[in-house]
Design a protein around this ligand. Structure first.
Ligand code: NDP
Ligand code: 8X3
Length: 252
């Protein structure tokens, strides 16, 4: 993996941060993206000890900012080989009849439109060199809807459709496209979903053993280190205690 350059969205936390760390340990040059500058700086400092690091601060909802940020990449980082479309969150967990329009906008703008903007900005590089690898981070929520998950599940079903659509349209161009769809992973995800209510967030992962960000990062790393002719198209991973979006073996 040395000599490769990876752009990771949502690298300031959770799955994205764990992926950045594992890539850096493999000698991959990393472009870390997110909005929290202090986290980008701290991670860049840490990973600079093992690889070359560049940070990009943009809100993925803002298409102008996405393209401006990608256009400012220094030459040493502009030849991207791997795109990890990871930035995303759930906002709220409410029945459709009482959901907040702001939450709906956030999930669709970040999880779907933001993913598209970054992909659009990176694809010309991949098309030009007829190689590249896109990993879309979907979810079990993109395979099966759960109660009150409505718009988050819809956004992840959209990621599932886009993963298929990208793979179809880019077929024959030397570009790999695949999705990793995690089940419950203990990150800041539920803190964001419940708007900083950490007690409520903790209950999501209580009384069973959830996945950790490193578990998903290792799988992403496996996917991007397959031989040139092998593409992992769609991979779903749950912890032992989870059987579906709604069935989790909790010991109360
Ligand atoms: P975290 O909340 O820990 O991380 C989310 C990341 O997304 C942060 O780095 C955040 O960076 C970034 N992000 C959020 N909003 C924006 C925005 N508007 N602009 C730019 N970056 C943004 O969650 P996870 O690591 O768990 O989530 C990563 C991905 O994994 C998401 O797509 C999520 O849907 C998916 N997933 C998570 C699961 C889980 O159970 N945790 C399970 C299945 C899928 P910053 O705030 O600095 O901008
Ligand atoms: C995140 C997993 O089950 O909280 O995609 O939706 S879940």
């Amino acid at each position: 993996m040395t000599q490769k350059t990876a752009l990771i969205t949502g690298a300031t936390s959770g799955i994205g941060m764990a992926t950045a760390k594992i890539f850096a340990a493999q000698g991959v040059r990393v472009i870390l993206c997110g909005r929290r500058q202090e986290r980008l700086d701290a991670l860049a400092k840490e990973l600079s000890e093992t690889t070359k690091v560049h940070t990009l601060n943009f809100d993925i909802r803002n298409k102008d900012n996405v393209f401006e940020a990608l256009n400012t990449l220094p030459e040493a980082f502009s030849d991207i080989d791997i795109l990890i479309n990871n930035a995303g969150n759930a906002h709220g967990l409410d029945p459709i009849q009482s959901g907040s329009i702001e939450d709906w906008d956030a999930m669709i703008d970040i999880n779907v439109k933001g993913l598209l903007y970054v992909t659009k900005a990176v694809l010309p590089t991949f098309i030009k060199k007829q190689s590249g690898h896109i990993i879309n981070i979907g979810s079990t929520a993109g395979k099966e809807v759960y109660p009150n998950g409505n718009v988050y599940c819809a956004s992840k079903h959209a990621v599932d459709a886009l993963n298929q659509g990208m793979r179809i349209d880019l077929n024959g161009k030397g570009i790999k496209v695949g999705a990793v769809n995690p089940g419950l992973v203990e990150t800041e995800f539920s803190n964001v979903r419940f708007k900083g209510d950490t007690d409520r967030a903790k209950t999501v992962y209580k009384n069973f053993t959830p996945l950790q960000a490193i578990d998903i990062a290792e799988i992403i790393c496996f996917a991007v280190t397959r031989p040139p002719h092998v593409n992992i198209a769609d991979l779903t991973v749950m912890c032992l205690d989870q059987a579906s979006s709604t069935i989790v073996n909790k010991i109360e």
